[in-house]
Design a protein around this ligand. Structure first.
Ligand SMILES: Nc1ncnc2c1ncn2[C@@H]1O[C@H](COP(=O)(O)OP(=O)(O)OP(=O)(O)O)[C@@H](O)[C@H]1O
Ligand SMILES: [Mg+2]
Length: 257
């Protein structure tokens, strides 16, 4: 039965999509069968995993549309012919469907219901959320077993984190909140900023901080630009090891349940 991981943070540009791609790529190389789902109408994830497409005939918006005629199985595509790495794409038309979907009944459990049909086919399902708390994010919150939040290293890195945790509590209600934060785009030499963020983060998230940090790496940016996971873009990049550590730590979280 697949473990469902939602990568979320309502702040933009903190590394949600980059984490989704590279974590899924790493797990799939370890022969875990992984499905990534693009829940952001911007479609950044879809563009990378499809190798550059921005329009998809059959896509996530059908899961949220009123007609609901679609079968989720028909939306699944292999990433570059892989037997282990799969995706469900989206495109900008999802934003209009979200607006009309706000009046649907049981609107927050739609994704969960669709995922129940395919959970036995995968080891991991990773949900790439948009930078807001809209309908697709609330669906991801209901569907997920684990919430993973990247935090970047900017001045405003931690702003909104407490609001996000409140939103998680509100949506999940009595479900125990299985969330972890981790630091992304860390400039290791910048000891003053790193120390300050670490201290503030510990105040908010305490024992919920992953040991792994993803360092700032120009290979990561270049790889997304070329529509590739970093392992396919630059052999030997230090970023590959960072994502291996992240995958390993996440696997241990599930082991100890
Ligand atoms: N560790 C890193 N080192 C260098 N660049 C990074 C790193 N992580 C992310 N980036 C770059 O930062 C930018 C934003 O990353 P990404 O698109 O993953 O963020 P996001 O949270 O998904 O954004 P959005 O909220 O718009 O969906 C991208 O250009 C990406 O290549
Ligand atoms: Mg994104």
């Amino acid at each position: 039965m697949a473990k469902v991981i939602a990568i979320l943070n309502q702040k933009g540009g903190v590394g949600k999509t980059t984490t989704t791609i590279n974590l899924a790529d790493t797990l799939s190389q370890q022969r875990y069968k992984v499905l990534v789902i693009d829940l952001d109408p911007q479609g950044n994830l879809s563009k990378v995993v499809s190798g550059g497409d921005v329009r998809f005939e059959c896509n996530v918006m059908d899961l949220f549309s009123k007609e609901n005629k679609s079968d989720i199985n028909e939306m699944i595509r292999a990433v570059n012919g892989s037997e282990y790495f799969f995706y469900i794409p989206t495109d900008i038309r999802l934003s209009r469907v979200i607006e009309s979907g706000l009046t649907l009944s049981f609107r927050e459990v739609r994704l969960t219901k669709h995922l129940n049909k395919i959970k036995n086919d995968f080891d991991f399902i990773i949900l790439d959320c948009p930078p807001n708390l809209s309908l697709t994010t609330t669906n991801a919150i209901v569907a997920a077993d684990l919430f993973l939040m990247p935090i970047n290293s900017g001045v405003f890195a931690l702003d909104g984190l407490e609001d996000l945790l409140d939103a998680l509590n509100e949506v999940t209600q009595d479900k125990t909140l299985n969330y972890y934060v981790f630091r992304n785009e860390v400039a290791v030499k910048n000891k003053i900023i790193n120390g300050a963020i670490k201290e503030d983060l510990e105040q908010i998230a305490k024992e919920r901080i992953l040991k792994t940090v993803i360092r700032r790496s120009e290979h990561i940016g270049q790889a997304s630009f070329m529509s590739l996971p970093v392992s396919k873009y630059k052999q030997g990049s230090t970023a590959i090891n960072d994502y291996k550590s992240l995958a390993k730590e996440i696997l241990t979280l599930f082991d100890t349940e």
